[in-house]
Design a protein around this ligand. Structure first.
Ligand SMILES: *Cc1c(COP(=O)(O)O)cnc(C)c1O
Length: 433
C-alpha cells in the first residue's frame, strides 16, 4: 500500500476523537465514501458487497435511485424538513399510502403513532401504552430478545453485556424461554402457562408480551408459526397485549411486509423502524389497535417525530409493496441463500455449522470464535458480514432485499471461500498436533 492510499483510509481521527463506544467501525476498519445498491466503496476505491444492510435499515439498498429522485425534488422545492408532529403534505401522503398499500389489503385496522425516530423509541412507546391500557406493570419478554438500548427497552432485552450498561435495576419485566430455548421437543408455552395459571407461582399477570418472530440480534432464532399463534392465544386467555417488535424483521426482511403474516396473528401493537424510512433515514412507527389508542394529546412526545425527508422516501418505498412479485423475489433469493448455506455446511462437516433463519435473514451458527473469524476474512475480501448471538457465534447474511442475483452469488462465493479457508486452517492445526 502506498503512503497516499494509507492516508486516505487512515482512521486516527476516529480513534482520537470518537468515544470508545464505537463498534461497527472496529469490525469493518476502513473509511467508507460512497455506496449504491448492494455495494459500498472506501476511500481507496475498494468495493464491498453489503450483506449487513445497515442492520436492516437498508432493505432497499444504498441510495435507491427512485427514492433519491423524490428526495432531491422535495429538497429543491423547499419542502418542509422538520415539523415536530404538525400536519404536513409529506406526512399526509405517507399515512394515506401506508393505509392503502399495507394496512387495507391485509384487512388491518391500526392507528399509527410516530414516536421518536428510532426502534427503541417505538418499543418504549409500546411498553408505556401497554401498561397504561391494562393497568398492569410487568412486561413478559424472551430469552435472547433484543429490543433496544433505552432503559425500558433494555429491561426486555436478554443480553447480559448490554443489560449491565444500564447502571440501575432493570425491572418490571419477566424473561421467559423463547421457542426452542428448552430444546427441540419442549414447547416453552406450556412452561410459561404453568406460571400464568398458578396463583402460587409468584408472578403477577403481565400487561403485555413483547416478541420478535425471528430474533435477529439474539442469534437468528426463529419461532414457529404454531408457537406464535399459541402465544397469541395465551395473550387472549390472560388479558395480556401482544406486542410484535418488527423493527428489524418488518419491511420484508423475511419475505412478507410484516414478519407475522406467516402465522396469521394480528398483534395488538407493532413496533417498526429501521427500513420503514426507506433510504436509511431515521423514522419509526408504533401501530396500535384503535381501542388501544388511549393516549392523551402530547402524553408521549418527542422533537424528531416529523422527519419529512423520511416521509418522502418511506412513501416511495411503499411502491415496492404494490407489486406482489416483490415478496416472491425475496423468497427466491432466500432459497438461493439456503442452498448455498446447505452446500457449505455439508462440505465442511468438521465446523459443525447449523443453518438458521428464513427469508433474507439467514445464517450459520458455529462454535464461538469461528463466525468472528469469518467476518474478518470476508471483510478483507470485500464482503461486509456481521455476527449475531450472545457469543457472536452466528454469521449473519442479510443483504438488501433488492440485491441483484449476481451480487448475491458473488457475496455467497466469498463467504464459501472464507469458510473453507477457516476449515483448512483448523484441519492443519489438528494435523500438526
Ligand atoms: C435494532 C432493533 C431495535 C432498536 O432499534 P434502534 O433504532 O437501534 O433503537 C429494537 N428492536 C429490534 C428487534 C431491533 O432489531
Amino acid at each position: 500500500m502506498n503512503e497516499f492510499i494509507q492516508k486516505r483510509n487512515d482512521l486516527h481521527v476516529f480513534e482520537n476523537l470518537e468515544s470508545n463506544v464505537r463498534s461497527y467501525c472496529r469490525s469493518f476498519p476502513t473509511k467508507f465514501q460512497r455506496a449504491s445498491g448492494y455495494q459500498l466503496w472506501d476511500m481507496e476505491g475498494k468495493a464491498y458487497i453489503d450483506f449487513f444492510a445497515g442492520a436492516g435499515a437498508l432493505n432497499y439498498g444504498h441510495n435507491p435511485p427512485e427514492m433519491k429522485k423524490k428526495l432531491i425534488e422535495y429538497l429543491t422545492m423547499d419542502g418542509i424538513s422538520h415539523s415536530l408532529d404538525m400536519a404536513t403534505e409529506a406526512k399526509e401522503s405517507f399515512l394515506t399510502r401506508f393505509n392503502d398499500v399495507i394496512l387495507k389489503p391485509r384487512g388491518m385496522n391500526y392507528k399509527i403513532m410516530f414516536p421518536g425516530p428510532t426502534g427503541t423509541n417505538s418499543v418504549e412507546s409500546a411498553l408505556k401504552l401497554a401498561r397504561k391500557a391494562t393497568g398492569r406493570q410487568t412486561i413478559m419478554s424472551f430469552t435472547n430478545a433484543f429490543h433496544g438500548m433505552t432503559l425500558g427497552a433494555l429491561a426486555v432485552t436478554g443480553n447480559k453485556f448490554k443489560r449491565s450498561g444500564a447502571g440501575v435495576p432493570l425491572n418490571h419485566t419477566l424473561s421467559m424461554p423463547y421457542d426452542g430455548y428448552m430444546g427441540k421437543d419442549v414447547n416453552s408455552l406450556d412452561y410459561i402457562e404453568s406460571f400464568l395459571n398458578d396463583s402460587g407461582s409468584g408472578i403477577s399477570l403481565p400487561a403485555a408480551v413483547i416478541v420478535e418472530t425471528l430474533q435477529g440480534e439474539g442469534g437468528i432464532n426463529t419461532a414457529s408459526n404454531e408457537w406464535l399463534s399459541g402465544l397469541a392465544d395465551l395473550c387472549k386467555t390472560y388479558g395480556m397485549l401482544l406486542i410484535v417488535d418488527d423493527v428489524q424483521m418488518g419491511c420484508g426482511r423475511t419475505g412478507s411486509f410484516f414478519s407475522f403474516e406467516r402465522c396469521g396473528i394480528i398483534p395488538d401493537i407493532v413496533c417498526m423502524s429501521k427500513s420503514i424510512g426507506g433510504y436509511g433515514l431515521p423514522m419509526a412507527l408504533t401501530l396500535m389497535k384503535p381501542e388501544l389508542d388511549l393516549w392523551e394529546p402530547g402524553e408521549h412526545n418527542g422533537t424528531f417525530r416529523g422527519n419529512n425527508l423520511a416521509f418522502i422516501t418511506a412513501t416511495a418505498a411503499l411502491d415496492y409493496w404494490e407489486r406482489p412479485s416483490f415478496s416472491y423475489e425475496i423468497e427466491a433469493k432466500a432459497v438461493l441463500v439456503r442452498d448455498v448455506l446447505e452446500e457449505i455446511v455439508i462440505q465442511v462437516p468438521e465446523l459443525k455449522g447449523e443453518i438458521r433463519g428464513r427469508g433474507l435473514m439467514q445464517g450459520i451458527a458455529f462454535e464461538p470464535g469461528i463466525a468472528e473469524r469469518i467476518s474478518i476474512l470476508a471483510f478483507q475480501r470485500g464482503l461486509i458480514l456481521e455476527t449475531s448471538g450472545t457469543d457472536s457465534e452466528v454469521i449473519k447474511i442479510m443483504p438488501p432485499l433488492t440485491i441483484e442475483r449476481a451480487g448475491l452469488e458473488s457475496g455467497l462465493q466469498i463467504l464459501k471461500e472464507c469458510i473453507h479457508d477457516i476449515a483448512n486452517e483448523a484441519n492443519l492445526l489438528i494435523a500438526q498436533q
